[in-house]
Design a protein around this ligand. Structure first.
Ligand code: GAP
Length: 464
C-alpha cells in the first residue's frame, strides 16, 4: 500500500452514540468507571488516548484564555471547602433537581427529563399519555408531584461525626474563585477588568446520569469569572460570547451544530439577569454544551455578608479612589461535554480502497498524536534504525508522536485514522537511499515523498 495512491470515496452515513461509545472503548479513549465491578453510574474513566485528547483541550483553553492574555489569573482551589461557602451561595437550600418516584416500579427519575413532561420555572405540564420509562405505567396517577433533591455530595471532614463536620464536594469550580477574590487582588494587584480562571473537578449527584459522558456525577469544568465595573457588563458579555465562539471554532467543533440560546427569566439561575446557553446537536437532542452568565455582584456580596470580609475592588486609576463590588461575567465550559462534542464533530465513515473506513477528522491541536512513525517492515533492522531516528526527531519537534509497527502498513493507517492521527510517516527502502519518507494525510489518504530534514516544516505548514 505504501507509495500507492489510496482511493477515497466519501459516503453519506448517519451515526449515533453507539458508534462513538464503541470507538471510545475499542481505542482507549473512554471506559466505564469501575468497569470490572459492574461500573458506577455517572462515572467514566479516560483511557490513554482520551487523557491525551482531554489534556490537549485543556492546553488549548489555557493558551487562549490564560497564556494569550495579560488580564487572566490562574487558580487551583481545593475541592473540599468550608460548609459556609455553600450556605452563603444558596447551594445548600437551592441546588436541587425535581425528583419523582413511580408508585408501581419504585424507580426514581429527574422529572424534567421524562418524555411528555415540560417544565418552565416552577410550572410544569404532563402529557396525559406520558408513561414511566421503566415499567410503562401512566405518569398521571402513578407519580406524585416532584420533590426537590439536593445534588451536592455531602461528606464529613475529620473524625468527629457531627453537623459542623459536614461539607460537600464542590458542585461547581466557580466558588473556589469567588472565595479567593481577595487573595488574588491582594497578591497580584490586577487592573480592572480582569479574570480568574480555573480547571478542575466538580461533583453532582445527578438523579439520572445518562448519555455517556454528557451527564456525569463526577465532571470537569473550565471556568472563568471575569470581573468588570458594574456599568460595563453588557459590553463584556458580548465580548465573551465572541471569545467563546472563536475557541469552539479553533478546537474543531462543528459550528453548524452549535446554537446559542437566550435563557428566559423563568429558567435562569436566581443570581443571573442574562444567560446564554451554547447548545450542541447531540444524537440524543439539542442540549447544553456551555453557559455564559452575567452573575452581577451576587457571589461576592453573599460571601462578603457571610464571612464579614470586604470583597471589593479599589480603583485608583482616577483622581480619587473608587470602591465597588465588581460584577461578573462567567464563561463556563464542561470539559467532558467538549470531549463528546469534539468526537461527534470529527467522526467520519467513508470508503478507501473499496473498504469501509472509520476515521476521526480531529484538529491536530487536540488529536492525541500529531503523527505516527513506522518502518515499512518491522523485521528489517536498517529500516527500524532509520525509523527510530525519524521518530526521535519528530518527538523533539511535536512531542505527541507515536511509534507504530503493529500489523501491515494498511492496518496501521486504518488504526491511526480511527484515533484521529493527522499524519503517518513511513520509512521504506527508498528512505535508506535518498533520505526521503512517505508522508500520508489522514483525511484524503494522499501520500507524498518528503526529505527527512523537511518533515517538521512540511507538517507545520499543513497544520497551519
Ligand atoms: N458555574 C456555573 C455552572 O456550573 P452549569 O451550567 O451548571 O453552570 C457549567 O455548568 C457547565 O458544566 C455546563 O455548561 C456543562 O458543560 C457542564 N456540566 C454541568 N453539569 C454536568 C454534568 N452533570 N455532567 C457533565 N457536564 C456537566
Amino acid at each position: 500500500m505504501n507509495n500507492k495512491e489510496e482511493k477515497n470515496k466519501n459516503i453519506n452515513i448517519s451515526f449515533g452514540m453507539e458508534e462513538i461509545v464503541s470507538l471510545c472503548k475499542r481505542r482507549g479513549f473512554v471506559f466505564q468507571g469501575s468497569e470490572i465491578y459492574g461500573g458506577l453510574s455517572g462515572t467514566y474513566d479516560y483511557g490513554p488516548l482520551g487523557t491525551l485528547l482531554k489534556n490537549n483541550i485543556k492546553n488549548s483553553w489555557l493558551d487562549k484564555f490564560v497564556h494569550g492574555r495579560d488580564d487572566m489569573y490562574l487558580l487551583d482551589a481545593a475541592i473540599l471547602m468550608n460548609q459556609k461557602v455553600w450556605q452563603a451561595t444558596g447551594h445548600v437550600d437551592h441546588f436541587s433537581d425535581p425528583l419523582v418516584e413511580c408508585k408501581k416500579c419504585k424507580s426514581r427519575f429527574r422529572f424534567d427529563t421524562l418524555d411528555g413532561v415540560s417544565v418552565s420555572g416552577i410550572n410544569f405540564k404532563i402529557d396525559p399519555d406520558a408513561t414511566c420509562p421503566k415499567c410503562g405505567a401512566l405518569i398521571v396517577g402513578n407519580m406524585d408531584e416532584p420533590s426537590l433533591f439536593n445534588m451536592m455530595f455531602s461528606t464529613k471532614v475529620g473524625a468527629v461525626d457531627d453537623s459542623a463536620a459536614t461539607t460537600y464536594l464542590r458542585p461547581e469550580t466557580a466558588q473556589g474563585i469567588f472565595v479567593n477574590f481577595k487573595n488574588v487582588v491582594d497578591s497580584m494587584n490586577p487592573k480592572m477588568p480582569f479574570g480568574i480562571a480555573q480547571i478542575g473537578k466538580a461533583f453532582r449527584n445527578e438523579i439520572t446520569p445518562r448519555d455517556f459522558i454528557f451527564r456525569l456525577r463526577e465532571l470537569e469544568q473550565m471556568e472563568i469569572e471575569y470581573f468588570v465595573k458594574p456599568g460595563d457588563w453588557e459590553r463584556y458579555f458580548e465580548y465573551w460570547k465572541d471569545e467563546m465562539t472563536e475557541w469552539m471554532e479553533d478546537i474543531g467543533l462543528d459550528m453548524k451544530k452549535i446554537h446559542d440560546e437566550e435563557i428566559g427569566e423563568q429558567d435562569r439561575a436566581h443570581y443571573s439577569s442574562r444567560t446564554i446557553d451554547f447548545e450542541f446537536e447531540y444524537p440524543f437532542g439539542k442540549k447544553e454544551l456551555y453557559g455564559l452568565a452575567y452573575r452581577g455582584g451576587y457571589d461576592l456580596s453573599k460571601h462578603a455578608e457571610s464571612s464579614g470580609q470586604k470583597l471589593q475592588y479599589v480603583d485608583q486609576s482616577g483622581e480619587s479612589s473608587d470602591v465597588f463590588t465588581p460584577h461578573v461575567i462567567e464563561p463556563s465550559f464542561g470539559l467532558d461535554r467538549t470531549v463528546l462534542a469534539i468526537l461527534l464533530s470529527a467522526y467520519r465513515e467513508d470508503e478507501m480502497n473499496d473498504e469501509k473506513r472509520v476515521y476521526l477528522a480531529l484538529s491536530p491541536k487536540v488529536s492525541p498524536y500529531v503523527c505516527a512513525v513506522s518502518p515499512l517492515l518491522k523485521n528489517k533492522e536498517e529500516l527500524v534504525m532509520k525509523a527510530r531516528e525519524v521518530f526521535r526527531n519528530m518527538k523533539d519537534a511535536f512531542g505527541r508522536v507515536v511509534w507504530d509497527d503493529n500489523g501491515n502498513i494498511g492496518k496501521r493507517y486504518r488504526r491511526q485514522d480511527e484515533i484521529g492521527t493527522p499524519f503517518c510517516i513511513t520509512i521504506d527502502f527508498e528512505s535508506l537511499e535518498d533520505g526521503s519518507v512517505t508522508l500520508r494525510d489522514r483525511d484524503t489518504g494522499e501520500q507524498e515523498r518528503v526529505k527527512i530534514e523537511d518533515l517538521e516544516e512540511t507538517i507545520n505548514s499543513k497544520i497551519k
